[in-house]
Design a protein around this ligand. Structure first.
Ligand SMILES: NC(=O)c1ccc[n+]([C@@H]2O[C@H](COP(=O)([O-])OP(=O)(O)OC[C@H]3O[C@@H](n4cnc5c(N)ncnc54)[C@H](O)[C@@H]3O)[C@@H](O)[C@H]2O)c1
Ligand SMILES: [Fe+2]
Length: 395
């Protein structure tokens, strides 16, 4: 990936107040896409956009882990209202719904077709895209992908294209202070997954490396604080920044095995994305640090040793350092009340037996397998899923 993609990011206390001049004089209509929870909190954003000269339509049809059908419904709202700005407001689900609806507004001819990097998209003939995240997790506000779920097929569909990188992202920490404890934890752990996957990805670059390392360090430090005291403005601001920094990191290097596994268990068992990543992450790191890297892939052992040093881990050997790094992730997850296995979230052995082949085939076909630095065959995936269910630690 010999390039670096980023929207303009407005961040810090009062960031929303800086939005007006960015959009003023660039259109007359805007559509804000959100869900039924967050629609109650969009007033300040709607006022800001109105004050910048826009008529604003709010559509609250976005859903958690959005489906293709929801994205299509959103695109029909856009086609009717003809906005020059599409605004995604909420967590990753609302932002991804808005991104996908925007793509289908610009290109209704692509409905039902896969969107991948080589398709000619030519977005922005009708509208630009503004994201305003209210969780601190996915980094969807700055990435080139939108993750949808194909409910009939039990799999995640990824719209991936450089054109999908939003134009502006506004990080106003105040918007995340109402996030309940459980959601702070389950959405926040995704940041660590992005940072570690992005740092060990086969597509890592000098640019993505720095962002991933910084996001890792910030997540270890600030996620427990944001979890313990959601009204701590500094912890909220730091986690919001960490999520977007990780988004810029993995958005330019892609994620890997933890995300392939998480997409699969998320689609099959309907476990929220961040929680699924949190469960899969330690196992994926045990796997990549104990298997040989693919040709031209970064050596995961070297990478994890650097990451461990960067977050302050002392040890007498590389092996010990990696073990302590993985343990640090598990300790953080325990501290914020996140589960460490599928068994812990209530998936039974019977369900696991029934679904294991689907889990393996969905993970095997996930684009994140391509960026995973080690070969991972079907039998390896089968073992990984069994360990993830049972909570068996290898290291
Ligand atoms: N596009 C990307 O780059 C990318 C990356 C990772 C994950 N994803 C996708 O993002 C989705 C997950 O997003 P998420 O983890 O942000 O969770 P989410 O968007 O699914 O939100 C979870 C719940 O939190 C609520 N919520 C959001 N902000 C809130 C706030 N401030 N206060 C109270 N409630 C709030 C939402 O209404 C929702 O009910 C998944 O579909 C995942 O596949 C996308
Ligand atoms: Fe993620």
């Amino acid at each position: 990936m010999p390039y670096f993609l980023s929207p303009k990011v407005l961040f810090g206390k009062g960031a929303l107040e800086k939005l007006g001049p960015e959009i003023e004089g660039k259109g007359s209509n805007a559509v804000l896409i959100t869900d039924k929870t967050m629609v109650k909190f969009c007033e300040r954003l709607v006022e800001t956009v109105r004050d910048a000269g826009y008529e604003v339509k709010v559509w609250d049809g976005a859903e958690q882990e959005p489906s293709i059908e929801v994205a299509l419904a959103g695109s029909r709202v856009l086609i009717d209202f003809e906005p020059q700005w599409v605004i995604g407001f909420g967590g990753g689900s609302a932002i991804d719904t808005a991104k996908a609806a925007w793509v289908l507004y610009e290109r209704p001819d692509l409905a039902g077709k896969p969107i991948f990097p080589k398709v000619e998209l030519n977005l922005r003939q009708k509208a630009k895209f503004l994201s305003v995240p209210t969780t601190s997790g996915t980094g969807a506000d700055v990435t080139w992908v939108a993750v949808l779920t194909d409910i009939a097929e039990n799999k995640k569909i990824i719209f991936a294209h450089n054109d999908i990188v939003p134009d502006i992202s506004v990080l106003d920490p105040e918007l995340t202070t109402g996030l309940p404890k459980g959601l702070t934890a389950s959405t926040g752990i995704d940041v660590l997954g992005h940072a570690v996957d992005g740092y060990t990805s086969r597509q890592q670059t000098d640019f993505s490396d720095g962002l991933c390392l910084q996001a890792m360090k910030m997540a270890f430090e600030w996620l427990p604080k944001a979890y313990r005291d959601g009204s701590d403005p500094l912890a909220r601001e730091k986690m919001q920044n960490a999520a977007t920094i990780a988004g810029l990191g993995f958005g330019n290097s892609n994620t890997g095995l933890s995300h392939a596994l998480a997409h699969s268990v998320g689609a099959v068992f309907h476990i929220p994305h961040g929680r699924a990543v949190g469960i899969a992450l330690p196992y994926s790191l045990e796997y990549i640090s104990s298997n040989p890297p693919l040709p031209n892939a970064p050596d995961p052992v070297e990478r994890l040793v650097i990451a461990a040093r960067f977050v302050g881990i002392n040890a007498n050997s590389d092996q010990e350092r990696i073990q302590k790094f993985i343990q640090k992730i598990r300790d953080l997850e325990r501290e914020i009340g996140e589960p460490l296995s599928l068994k812990e979230v209530g998936i039974t052995e019977k369900q696991m037996k029934e679904e294991i082949e689907t889990l393996v085939s969905v993970a095997g076909a996930d684009p994140n397998m391509y960026t995973t630095p080690c070969k991972c065959k079907e039998e390896n995936l089968r073992q990984l899923f069994q360990d993830i269910w049972a909570g068996s630690f290898v290291i």
